[in-house]
Design a protein around this ligand. Structure first.
Ligand code: ZN
Length: 345
């Protein structure tokens, strides 16, 4: 059997040279050098040859195979090099381009105000305590001197989870947990910040979710004067050193006596303006002396110990402070709105 080995060699070389990429070359390698490839096919032909022809034929095929392998390896290196160059070109960094602008996030205005209020209390030696938002009726109402038949349950439309549990309507629930846990370790001096929930239709001044911070102090000889001093300090820290506070008689089941706290208007200084509706005063807090029933319920001797409690709405403070007129803005997550409020330094 006569073959033109040189022609075959040339034919294979041309095929290899024509490969444009690595995938193409690999395919060709399988075609030529693979198990079922052309060169192996030639090897198979050898067994049909006469003995005296086998040696010559075998040498020729081997020679062809070595040549093809060498060509193949050379081409492989070339293509790898080309691919590397192309990749480097693609990944080249143009250091003259302007850098991307990174946008910094800001704290939510409610977080800013909450942290400010917390800082004021922490500076006075209070601890910050948190509690569960899904709360037992027991802590939200019962222990806070609001038994099942109490009319003031109607004051707070409650979102119940089941018969015993609800979304807490007031952070007073945390205070009840503190009293239960620390009733034998007086004095108590804590603030309890957190989200609370009411069954309420949302409008400019109402939200079904809002944020309260309540403060609780229990110890020996705590009086209304201590409460008033604390409230003055709080009002002046939040709204400026000129602020005065005014206590108005009110009713909360958890405290007796109870007071609403008005702060002299920080916009007009007390002369009267739209923010204070012309009165010169803005209602900001609820407070009172802790009801003896609440202390006794926690195992605290109410003839020896007394305490005060106060509660402030974080949204209300933020709205007054920043001049925001719709409470829903806090919950719409409009970045354009939220980014405007940074912590006052
Ligand atoms: Zn005013």
């Amino acid at each position: 059997m006569n073959r033109d080995w040189e022609l075959l060699k040339k034919e294979y070389q041309e095929k290899i040279n024509a490969s444009m990429d690595l995938a193409n070359l690999e395919q060709l390698r399988i075609e030529l050098l693979g198990k079922k490839g052309s060169i192996n096919g030639l090897m198979q032909e050898m067994k049909n040859l006469a003995a005296d022809q086998k040696k010559e034929f075998g040498m020729a095929v081997n020679n062809l195979k070595q040549n093809v392998e060498a060509q193949f390896n050379k081409k492989l290196e070339q293509l790898k090099e080309l691919q590397l160059q192309a990749q480097l070109e693609k990944e080249k960094i143009d250091i003259t381009l302007p850098a991307s602008q990174y946008k910094y996030g800001t704290l939510h205005p409610l977080t800013v105000v909450q942290q400010e209020i917390e800082d004021i209390f922490v500076a006075m030696g209070y601890s910050v305590v948190e509690g569960p938002e899904v709360e037992y009726d027991l802590y939200n109402f019962e222990k806070a001197n609001i038994p099942h038949d109490h009319p003031s349950r109607d004051m707070q439309d409650t979102l119940y989870v089941d018969v015993k549990r609800l979304l807490r309507t007031q952070t007073t629930a945390i205070q009840m947990r503190v009293l239960e846990a620390q009733g034998n370790k007086l004095p108590i001096k804590v603030i309890c910040p957190g989200k609370v929930y009411r069954r309420d239709d949302d409008d400019a001044t109402h939200s079904h979710q809002f944020t309260q911070i309540e403060g609780l102090v229990v110890g020996e000889g705590i009086t209304l004067a201590d409460l008033k001093g604390t409230l003055e300090l709080l009002a002046r820290s939040m709204f400026g050193p000129e602020r005065e506070v005014r206590l108005r008689q009110s009713y909360f089941p958890f405290t007796e006596p109870s007071q609403e706290i008005d702060v002299s208007c920080h916009v007009c200084g007390g002369k009267g303006c739209p923010v204070c509706k012309g009165s010169g005063w803005i209602e900001i807090l609820g407070s009172g002396m802790v009801h003896p029933n609440v202390l006794e319920e926690a195992g605290i001797d109410s003839s020896k110990y007394s305490g005060f409690a106060l509660g402030v709405g974080v949204e209300r403070v933020a709205m007054l402070k920043y001049g925001i007129d719709d409470i829903r803005n806090f919950y719409n997550n409009n970045v354009g709105f939220l980014k405007n409020y940074k912590r006052f330094e």
